[in-house]
Design a protein around this ligand. Structure first.
Ligand code: DGJ
Length: 737
């Protein structure tokens, strides 16, 4: 791995064993992209890759020089208004109203390792040799304004991170109106784009579109990364499938408004961009101030979409998730939400916990309803202390100690960013919500968004949470966020600073997380937002796991978890077995199938265990034993998608241990097929030369090559529900030696 600079050709070459990323300082002093893709051997001069020449209507930078036109070049961080008519990566407004800039290369810095981004989540290294970094400083002389393009290349991953920092050394105040984190121009447009789109309860469906001339993209203006569009976009070749072919994945380590887009221009080049959504964003920069964008992660794979996912999984599991829980096995939990909602009694909670303990559960999570005067969703949010002593006579300490006394850990739900009007907090600080004073805020779930761009608001919430968490033995926190942001206006800010509010809000969320993590490093945080509406890499830096979706129906979950796995590792996906008929879709699925899906995630339960029939309790006990036996494999193994539930009636996936000695295969059927064909599923990731024993028939030895090329035979009679609707099975494979 290295970052090389050639003085003579003015080129930067970032490369490791797998990828190359080549930049050049262009004739106008801006930076151009010459190549991003599979590793090529280094040489001093790749300048032939900069193509130019006379074209009608082209805009040039010098008279009589018909070679270089920004419009027809691959620009690394494109500006607006000087002849590149495609989407810019940044825009800023000067005091005279001009948006024209002229940033030119002024210096660069290459260093070992990777520096932190102050106040922002980002990938990290544990030792310097893991990455090498480059900063290219571009300066607009007229404004005395610097734009620093930051890059890091990882030694062991086909991945590059990018971010941008603007810093103002000039007298004049400028207003940043758009600061994307990355923009890459590709030489052609024979690509399809892949996005993860959806809604509440059906998050992250895989959507593939063919690129055409023009702009296509996704984003969120909801104040959070959203259930509707994940901050991720890939472009792949039309022939690329799960296992082979080129794909470039772009993922943003950010939890607020975001944009991802691909633009195919007139001569068939493709510009891919990712960053903070520019709508509503304005960041004034006075002399001496700077602005740091979130970090984008760019992954190249020639092993298809699954290859790309495995890179994201390993990177995010080991170099984004941090702290005490990063490498630890996660506790199997029981959450009371679907069992009781907010109307619980302590007696009922303890009853569920006793049964949970008996079945092998390790963590009891008390969800919404324990605080303030929370009788329903119209009241209580914002008052993070127990008021209703009828519900919890001993407060949080009392219930937590009772749960601990049973030999289980105790976890607690918060929704720190929200407030109900019927709360002590709102009564004493009605101006702490987002909304201009002359307007009425729009309710959503009867709640309002606290102005987390204000440090006094964040401090106040911190103090309340700190008090609960320091007084009671709480081992886990579920941090929920149940509405999108509207009326985004901070009453504490000047008119010219209102465009900062949404980003500062997210910085406030990150800041609160960071303080709580520092204060309680052993608490396991699970992020949640009406299920998976804020499932993004930004959150993973603080919370090692996320409640994947409020939809706990096993059949819906096959799709949700399958789509989520495009970017996010299994170790981050909260997945629970719930009751039937399912509370979201009314479907009745076998107990086994519910667990067979949830097993490929951070496993838990969300139902009234005290009402289980004896036979069900027996099933649950054995599921928990199975989950405990295999959770390390599930958490750390390589994940392979085998058969897409978006394309057919079956779904299948598997996880293989790093040493390839063990594997688990999950196979799922959506509707039963009368008199259907024989079923075989081709496995992946095994060692072809090894022999494996399958738990379904230990008398036969199967070659790894055989299982991957001929396939594993699925016998309907061995499935739960015998191959009928919603049948499934998990197979365990072990290599012979
Ligand atoms: C939404 C979450 O996704 C649920 O799991 C639950 O915690 C509720 N909020 C509680 O209000």
């Amino acid at each position: 791995m290295a970052v090389k600079y050639s003085e003579q050709s003015k080129e930067f070459h970032l490369f490791n064993g797998q990828i190359s990323y080549i930049l050049q300082i262009l004739p106008n002093g801006a930076v151009g992209n010459l190549y991003f893709g599979k590793r090529i051997r280094h040489k001093e001069d790749f300048s032939y890759l900069l193509e130019g020449g006379s074209r009608s209507l082209a805009v040039y930078t010098k008279e009589r020089d018909y070679f270089f036109s920004p419009q027809y070049s691959r620009m690394e961080y494109p500006c607006v208004g000087t002849g590149d008519f495609r989407e810019p990566a940044f825009e800023l407004r000067q005091e005279n109203g001009s948006r024209i800039t002229h940033f030119q290369y002024s210096s660069h810095r290459i260093y070992k390792g990777k520096e932190k981004l102050e106040g922002l989540p980002a990938l990290y290294v544990e030792a310097e040799p893991e990455a090498e970094s480059l900063e290219i400083r571009l300066t607009d002389e007229a404004l005395n304004l610097d734009c620093i393009l930051k890059y890091s290349i990882f030694r062991d991953f086909p991945a590059i991170t990018r971010s941008v920092n603007f810093s103002n050394r000039g007298e004049e105040r400028v207003v940043l109106e758009r600061v994307l984190s990355a923009s890459v121009d590709f030489a052609d447009s024979a690509y399809e784009s892949v996005q993860l789109s959806g809604a509440w309860a059906r998050e992250r469906s895989v959507v593939v579109r063919t690129l055409e001339q023009g702009l296509q993209g996704i984003g969120s203006r909801r104040g959070s990364s959203s259930a509707e569009q994940n901050p991720f976009l890939a472009i792949k070749r039309p022939y690329t499938n799960e296992r082979s072919g080129e794909v470039y994945g772009f993922s943003l380590i950010y939890s607020g408004n975001h944009i991802e887009q691909a633009e195919v221009d007139t001569c068939g080049m493709t510009r891919v961009q990712i960053g903070i959504h520019p709508d509503g964003f304005e960041w004034p920069l006075n002399r001496g101030e700077s602005f740091q964008s979130p970090e984008a992660v760019l992954v190249y794979s020639e092993q298809g979409l699954n290859g790309m996912s495995q890179v994201f999984h390993r990177l995010y599991r080991t170099r984004l998730v941090r702290g005490y829980w990063r490498d630890r096995e996660r506790p199997i939990l029981i959450n009371n939400w679907e069992a009781t909602g907010p109307e619980f009694t302590e007696e009922k909670l303890v009853e569920i916990a006793i049964k949970g303990k008996e079945l092998g559960i390790e963590l009891f999570v008390l969800d919404d309803g324990w605080f303030g005067n929370r009788e329903d969703d119209c009241r209580g949010l914002g008052d993070w202390y127990v008021k209703n002593m009828d519900k919890l006579p001993g407060g949080i300490q009392g219930i937590a100690e009772k749960i601990n006394g049973l030999g289980m850990k105790f976890g607690l739900w918060f929704e720190p960013e929200m407030v109900n009007k019927d709360s002590d907090l709102y009564r004493s600080h009605p101006d702490w919500i987002l909304c201009p004073p002359e307007r009425t805020p729009s309710p959503s779930r009867n709640q309002y968004v606290l102005d987390f761009s204000r440090s006094e608001v964040v401090d106040y919430i911190y103090r309340m949470m700190e008090a609960v968490l320091s007084q009671a033995p709480v081992s886990y926190v579920k941090w929920d966020m149940n509405r999108y942001m509207t009326e985004c206006y901070s009453r504490a800010k000047k008119p010219q600073d209102q465009g900062k509010v949404m980003h500062q809000y997210i910085l406030g969320v990150y800041g609160l997380y960071e303080r709580l993590i520092q204060r309680f490093p052993e608490i396991l945080f699970e992020s949640c937002s009406s299920g998976g509406a804020r499932y993004d890499p930004g959150m993973l830096y603080y919370a090692p796991q996320v409640w994947t979706s409020d939809d706990t129906d096993a059949i819906e979950r096959i799709k949700i978890q399958y789509g989520t796995s495009y970017v996010y590792p299994l170790s981050t996906m909260g997945a629970h077995v719930s009751e039937v008929p399912n509370q979201q879709v009314g479907r009745v699925t076998p107990f086994e199938t519910r667990a067979n899906v949830a097993m490929f995630g951070v496993f838990g339960y969300e139902l009234d265990l005290s009402r289980l029939r004896e036979e069900e309790a027996r099933i649950v006990r054995s599921q928990i034993m199975f989950a405990k036996r295999h959770r390390r494999l599930i958490m750390t193994g390589d994940f392979y998608r085998l058969s897409s539930p978006f394309q057919g009636n079956d779904g299948a996936w598997m996880v293989v241990s790093e040493d390839k000695r063990e594997a688990l295969v999950g196979w799922y059927r959506i509707s039963g097929i009368p008199n259907g064909g024989w079923i075989r599923v081709k496995l992946a990731g095994l060692a072809p030369e090894r022999n494996y024993i399958l738990d379904s028939d230990e008398s036969v030895l199967y070659g790894g090559d055989e299982l991957m090329n001929v396939g594993m035979v699925i016998k309907e009679r061995e499935l739960c529900n015998s191959g009928g609707d919603y049948s499934s099975r998990i197979y365990f494979l072990k290599s012979e030696e």
